[in-house]
Design a protein around this ligand. Structure first.
Ligand code: CA
Length: 161
């Protein structure tokens, strides 16, 4: 009976190691980094900016199929409070800026400056990986300076696995 258990144990061990061998093969077939699920709830502002906290100057606008528009005069972040970011983890940000004639927009992973993108001052789609710095919180920010007069849309934030 004891030999039988040992045999079963051996069989399980071989089976598990067999699965382990498959993993690198699957990995080799993938191209580039892989990402976790979408973290942002409202990524495209189709009908509103629900899910985002307006830290100053932001409002939903129906233009361009629904966007989050910042009006110059007040600096402030559009913030996803429930993002659940983790210090030391890298996140893949994608966002589009449009309609801008002045000012800058900066994507931020957490509130410590080490997790911040450079301040963007052109209309374009940006893709950047940001790592939450020590001291940073779990929140996603899109910070508009006081003169920024553009909109953002088609946002995505995913963990880099
Ligand atoms: Ca949209």
């Amino acid at each position: 009976m004891r030999k039988l258990f040992i045999l079963i144990g051996l069989f399980i061990a071989i089976s598990l190691s067999g699965q382990a061998v498959k993993t690198p093969v699957l990995y080799a077939q993938s191209s580039g980094p892989t990402y976790g699920p979408e973290i942002i709830t409202n990524t495209s502002f189709d009908a509103n900016i629900t899910g985002w906290y307006n830290g100053g100057g932001w409002a939903w606008n129906a233009g361009s199929g629904g966007v989050a528009l910042h009006t110059a005069g007040t600096a402030g972040s559009l913030t996803e409070l429930d993002a659940g970011l983790v210090v030391g983890i890298t996140y893949h940000f994608v966002f589009t800026i449009g309609g801008r004639t002045a000012g800058t927009l900066q994507a931020r992973a957490g509130n410590a400056s080490g997790g911040w993108d450079i301040a963007r001052n052109t209309n374009d789609t940006f893709i950047v990986d940001l790592t939450v710095a020590v001291g940073g919180n779990s929140v996603i920010y899109f910070y508009a300076d006081i003169t920024f007069d553009g909109w953002i849309d088609n946002l995505s934030v995913k963990e880099v696995l």
